[in-house]
Design a protein. Sequence first.
Length: 385
Amino acid sequence: FYIAVSIQSRGYGFEKTPEEEIIVQEQILRQTVIKTAGSLIGMIPAGLFLLVSIALAVSVVKLAKNKTLVQELYCIEMLARVDCLCLDKTGTITDGSMAVRSVIEYQNDTGLTIKNAISAMQNALNDSNVTSVALEEKFGKGKRIKPKAIIPFSSARKFSAVEFDKFGTYMLGAPEFILTDKFNIVADEVTKAARGGYRVILLAHSNGSIKETKVEGSINPLALILIEDTIRPDAIETIDYFRQSGVEVKVISGDNPLTVSKISERAGIENAHRYISLDGLSDKEVIKAADQYTVFGRVSPSQKKLLVMTLKELGKTVAMTGDGVNDILALKEADCSIALASGSEAARNVSHLVLLDSNFNSMPKVVAEGRRVINNVQRVASLFL
């Protein structure tokens, strides 16, 4: 550098005054600084990109050893910044297994016993979800009757129905959605069971027919089926970890809010007594309730998405866990989405992380790994800059 300045300052044999030499040297120095700085600035983003990518790639390998599949590299960083975790009750707080504990029967003049009616419906619907498995274990699938029409279960309707020749139409699902204005007939029993943490399913009958997605005629209750969810042994420890880490936990479910509240209390979720049913609420009412309550029951798929959107607009970094098709909209909307391998394929495909062993206890390890990566990147990036 000094040799170049000396040669150029002499002007290749042309004599310069001292003032001219100073000006020339300053110009050369200025150009040298500009070119050097330009080269270094061009290197900085490329170097940081390489640094972050390597750090995250190492985390992907470590998480894979802990049976966690990372489907999007940068979700590791996002999960480490999460301050609001939305859980779906079934498959997350509970292990997804259910068992029928008791049956409350009402007057039955339909020609089929409760056992045969449910057994015939199971054969006609041919569902394979956890509720159907619990019903099959209790009532079997020995009765076969050819169905005339079927309404499959959906998260929006909250019930399924099968019409049989000579026997009328049988319905199975949420009591308040099936009976509507007649819900007061079973309200006391449903509330009592929900307070005990049971999921309540109603078997009802109508002499009317199925028209598209509706059942005609007068609907009467035949039996209340009380189903018990099994809380994951690791759920209590995991939820406690998030509580100590300052992460707010909310539970979003399609079940009765009182039932979900009691199960959430058993799992150790703070403010689980603050629950609300979103059935029939407008979007404005759902948005208003998002930050006021901890447990949300009777939630439709679109309302799940709206809750996540509202929490994000409130400045929260939201993670969502789910395992069913009804969780897809909310999973896609969340900053970081986590699916269980035991859930539906569609839910796994849209999620950033997949817990391959369906073990909720892996979550603290994922968060800890994300925080470790962020801290390391920040330290090294500061030194690099």
